[in-house]
Design a protein around this ligand. Structure first.
Ligand SMILES: [Zn+2]
Length: 92
């Protein structure tokens, strides 16, 4: 969780500061996938079994999850493309 989103006005508050995840990712030379907010409907949906992507798919928090998922998918694709292959030798 990265920042707090008010459910009344959608104001975002950086209650933990800002940029720490990005800096850590850069320091570790790993991809940064995104900032997921603290947003009450995420907890409510977790309790009721209705994911935010179903209950509020156009909300900023849902878009944050989608952005992170897209970045993970991109990295999986890159890793899959770059994986070493085992050379095959045809034996007759
Ligand atoms: Zn507010």
């Amino acid at each position: 969780m990265s920042y707090f989103v008010c459910t009344n006005c959608e104001h975002e508050s950086d209650i933990f500061g800002r940029g720490g995840g990005e800096k850590m990712a850069a320091d570790l030379n790993i991809p940064f996938f995104g900032r997921i907010p603290i947003y009450q409907p995420i907890r409510e949906g977790s309790d009721t079994g209705v994911p935010l992507m179903v209950s509020e798919p156009e909300s900023p928090a849902a878009r944050a999850f989608m952005t992170a998922a897209e970045r993970v998918a991109a990295q999986v694709s890159i890793a899959s493309y770059n994986r070493p292959t085992i050379p095959l030798t045809v034996v007759r």
